[in-house]
Design a protein around this ligand. Sequence first.
Ligand SMILES: [Zn+2]
Length: 324
Amino acid sequence: MSQAMNVYLSFDIEVWCNGWKDLDGQFPASFERYVYGRSQKGDYALPKTLEILERNGLKGVFFVEPLFAARFGIDKLAVIVDLIRAGGHDIQLHLHPEWSDELRPIPFPGAVKKRQHLSFYTLDEQIALIRLGLDLMAQVGVEGIRAFRAGSFASNADTYRALHVCGIDVDSSLNAVCADSGPDLRGQLDFTSPQDFEGVRILPMTVFQDGTGRQRPAQLGACSFAELRGALESAEKLGVEHFVLLSHNFEMLKQGRSEPDAIVVRRFEALCRYLASQRDRFTVSTMAMLPTSAPAQRAVSLPSAGLPATLWRHGEQLARRFLG
Ligand SMILES: [Zn+2]
């Protein structure tokens, strides 16, 4: 038996304001929803996420988006970071550069119109954005960031050059099933296996084949628990070393509301309970713990989940649509 597979419970942590109009008017309520997600049943954004991890003795990797704080204040970023840090979790960097033109002062001369994806920015602009992100995180006491995930997975080759310049040596931006991810790297890099590129170790988002043969990212809001368990067990059999799961601070909330989505909550509870009960097989890891010298690994095929697991998800999707 080879050593346990590393599983990363990664969370992209970000605040949105219902579009880009009336940002200042929208921000206070948006911040409350995205950070706390308060409801009569509990606070199902960050607090409940952290509570479930804690209860199961698991550590998450939190990719925190800090650019919004250059508009709304560093104290707001401190609130987010303090919540996560209290649980002893891994805090790394996430960037949504579509904030650039909303910041005052603008972070570089070209930030005068909105550009969503990091891949739309020059190398120098990407370096400026990553440095700004690191600086904002340092202002709230987060030092030693070594890992990165681009907003919307939209890294390109220059992103890796920029990360290397900024001293970040791990990236988890590549997503094989997201067309915006690595547009100039398709065919050049393997989007489903760990590898080194431009001095950066890339751990792509894990993608598996669902019961109908479709490729699917291992994302909490997009897969049934049975699919996630099936993919984890299949990956273990294939000898996969790193399995990267994705969620967000708002993924247990119903769309556009501050109410828990009971199906996703149950799914996250089940996933954490399962991982906690299988410690000999799966090591829930952080990016901070990743060895710098690990050899790159080539997977032979994608992990997969069975048809019943995928049909269960279809049932859940129907239920969520009807229950609203
Ligand atoms: Zn994001």
